[in-house]
Write a protein that binds this ligand. Sequence first.
Ligand code: GLV
Ligand code: MN
Ligand code: MN
Length: 421
Amino acid sequence: MDRVAADPASAVSETRQWDRLMEMAKLGAIPGDGVNRACLTELDRQARRLLIAWAEPLGLTPSVDVIGNLFLRMEGTEPALAPVLAGSHMDSQPNGGRFDGIWGVLAALEAVQAIREAGMATRRPIEIVAWTNEEGGRFAPGCMGSMAYTGYRPPDTWDAVTDTEGLTFGAELRRQLEAERDIPRRGLGVVDGATPSAYVEAHIEQGPRLEAEDLEIGVVTGIQGSRWFTVEIHGRSDHAGTTPLRLRKDAVQDMLRAIAALNALMHDPEDVLRFTVARIEISPNSSNSVAERARFSIDFRHPDRTVLAERGDAIERVVKGALTTCSATVTERFNADPITFDRLVRDAVEKAARAQGLGTLRLPSGAFHDAQFLARVCPSGMIFVPSRGGVSHHPSEYTSPAHLAAGARVLAGVLADLADR
Ligand code: GLV
Ligand code: MN
Ligand code: MN
């Protein structure tokens, strides 16, 4: 193969990439053009098999690690060099769209195929990766695959985490590894001594800025920090018709007080802080029984680590201080520091976009991504493409085939560049 050849970006196919995305979107399709493909489900496994079926004819070799991260490797001319890693996730939100995550994996496939078709071979291997459970919609928190890969948390950390059916992450992961026992097993990334030379993740913006400024490519500067908590309020179940209010320990009423107090704690006149309560479970969940237990999720984000530390650390005190008759436990489930991406990848993205004549915008990410954890171990970065109306985590999420092709062309240029250094 010709090492000096051709421009891989020109070998990117807009229709091939779009057709693959639409094929993937059939797996877990929901009304309104959406996708519900939770991690470690049969649909997730079908999507992974489809990806492998597209990759193997291109000469890519699949492998899976102990937490289920899936890799497809294109060999380099110097196979002993650390690979460049590119990908994202294939799981979706329960009421998700067709692009969040899966596009980053398929863009990496398109980019690698384009490099091949341009007649290029890179010095370093390029590995496409699909991280396990980025979304955290079925098993909280998200980013389990990348946290384990980078050694941020041991891979058995979440074994006992349950989904709404009571199935555990550990058991569901074992089931998946068993179903994929024909795929070669590999070590666990950084934990087992294999650190990539760089990581690049292509993703839809999930916000309105690129569209508003009519620009094609977001050069992501960093990611704000996130902390997730589960609050459980313990009261007592009683008869709704006979128990005087003054004798009750009503978990729902104290939950409402706790949420009101948290809204005051999280008040931010600048509207930079993000505070979300979106998952509530009540027990026994019966109209005429006083609630014995109320559990709710907290998703709290901010770009400033001091704000994240101070207000996040105050949550338990504020919740407990708001209760009148019940008690509470507060458990932290996720803590991702704000990060700034390395210049190496940011510059490579800008250079590749310029070479394509594409307009760029430097912007931070409000969403978390696996790149947040990779950034701790190797130069990492992200490429954003516009999201129509800024909508994401919703079936109507949309990015045009042309914008996705532009993103894949930039990714191809970046990978060809980084894998040849
Ligand atoms: C990722 O999906 C996030 O919630 O930011
Ligand atoms: Mn995503
Ligand atoms: Mn998402």
